[in-house]
Design a protein around this ligand. Structure first.
Ligand code: ATP
Ligand code: MG
Length: 401
């Protein structure tokens, strides 16, 4: 048994000692069987939330309406969820309330995919009624029970299937794939935030190329925010090199590929955090600049290293060129840049106002920019004396030197 489970054993033991059943379940079992790093060790139990809370000193009601209590134990936290079914699905979404059941088997049955429906007891024995282990061995994503029924119950599961495809490099089993084609349209009933969460995990995965192609083939893509009927645009832009791109680079690539009318509005539809949305738009701006002309030191400086590397990577990927031949040169320019940030400039606004005996105003910003550019292009050293001398030559009318 892996250390994260061992550490959690006292939680299982406490529940068992009180007469309840308790098992490890979900993603952590799947990931441990795959030899992937295990995070979030989740526990399923026959104890009701109030009973769980009574047994542990520190708990937090994170999702008590779904039967989940967060147990803080030994500086770690565990989601402890009462065995449940989700019997009344409405509008193709997860129900608001749940029904508790008294068997692990029923709890495993309500889970999405066979690979996610494996439990482990405190001795390390697996309880695997749907042959999830085999599915993991064969790298196969298949629903527990009829895919049609399971996707009608909760349409988000279709996105989860594609996300796991990218994350784990698995194939989606044929029947499951057919059902996705049929029920793709049900995704419109799902809250954007939940779709975005899965889509980000898809972009962060190791096989985003295959997953994006799958979204196009099944037309799930059309039910993602701002991507209606975009299959014809995205499909030709897809290539295996996308598997090397980061999540933020892939957002930029996606926008370049589908060319929405309004990029900002497109990103807003996904409800991304403002900072993230702005960073994507900024990188996109530099991809455009780069398309118009090659990088120069000032343009690289203005972008900053991360944005410059992201923009160059996307620019090359769009042209099917290998960016690894280009990005080291960009990194080298940054290593040799006299300054990489305005704060490193040997002069600031106050010094300039004193020097010219002039109040602040638009001239100040312009002049700082002029000095910055001169320093970057090697016209003047980044030292106050040198800059002063250079200013005296450049702006003799401004001051009696
Ligand atoms: P991750 O590594 O991304 O956390 P995970 O499999 O643990 O993957 P979670 O969203 O944390 O995914 O869900 C935990 C478990 O709950 C899943 O393994 C699965 O058994 C079950 N589950 C989650 N979402 C659904 C759903 N929409 N329908 C059915 N079961 C689900
Ligand atoms: Mg999880």
């Amino acid at each position: 048994m892996l250390p994260p489970f061992q550490t959690a054993l006292p939680v299982i033991q406490t529940l068992e000692d009180a007469g309840y059943e308790a098992f490890f379940v979900g993603g952590s079992i799947r990931d441990s069987l795959l030899g992937r790093p295990v995070h979030d060790v989740d526990i399923a139990t026959s104890a009701k939330p109030e009973e769980v809370k009574a047994l542990f000193k520190q708990t937090v009601d994170v999702g008590i309406e779904h039967g989940t209590v967060l147990v803080l134990y030994g500086r770690r936290q565990y989601e402890v969820t009462t065995f449940r079914t989700e019997s009344e699905y409405k509008d193709y979404r997860r129900p608001e309330s749940v029904e508790y059941v008294d068997s692990l088997l029923l709890d495993l049955k309500r889970r999405d995919f066979t690979m996610n429906a494996i439990a482990m007891d405190k001795t390390g024995k697996l309880i695997d009624p749907f042959s999830g282990k085999e599915a993991i061995r064969d790298k196969r994503i298949e629903t527990v029970g009829s895919p049609e029924e399971r996707f009608r119950e909760d349409a988000l599961r279709m996105m989860r299937a594609v996300r796991f495809m990218s994350q784990l490099g698995f194939e989606i089993e044929n029947g499951t794939k057919r059902a996705i084609r049929v029920y793709a349209h049900l995704l419109k009933y799902i809250a954007v935030e939940r779709i975005t969460q899965e889509f980000i995990k898809l972009l962060e995965g190791v096989r985003p190329y295959e997953a994006l192609a799958f979204l196009c083939e099944t037309r799930l893509l059309s039910y993602l925010p701002g991507l209606e009927k975009m299959e014809m645009r995205l499909m030709p832009a897809l290539n295996p090199a996308l598997n090397e791109l980061t999540e933020s680079q892939l957002w930029v690539y996606l926008i370049k590929a589908v060319e929405p009318d309004d990029e900002n509005a497109f990103l807003r539809k996904w409800k991304l955090p403002n900072l993230k949305r702005k960073a994507i738009l900024r990188t996109l701006g530099f991809v455009r600049k780069r398309t118009a002309r090659p990088w120069d030191t000032v343009m690289l400086y203005d972008a900053g290293k991360k944005t410059a590397v992201d923009a160059e990577t996307v620019f090359c990927a769009l042209r099917r060129e290998d960016w690894r031949e280009h990005t080291p040169a960009i990194e080298k320019v940054f290593r040799e840049m006299p300054i990489t940030d305005r704060s490193q400039l040997a002069v600031d606004g106050k010094m300039l106002m004193d020097f010219f005996s002039k109040k602040g105003g638009p001239w100040l910003k312009e002049m700082l920019r002029e000095i910055e550019t001169a320093v970057l292009t090697g016209k003047v050293d980044n030292q106050w004396d040198a800059i002063r001398g250079w200013l005296a030559c450049k702006h003799p009318q401004e001051k009696k030197f």
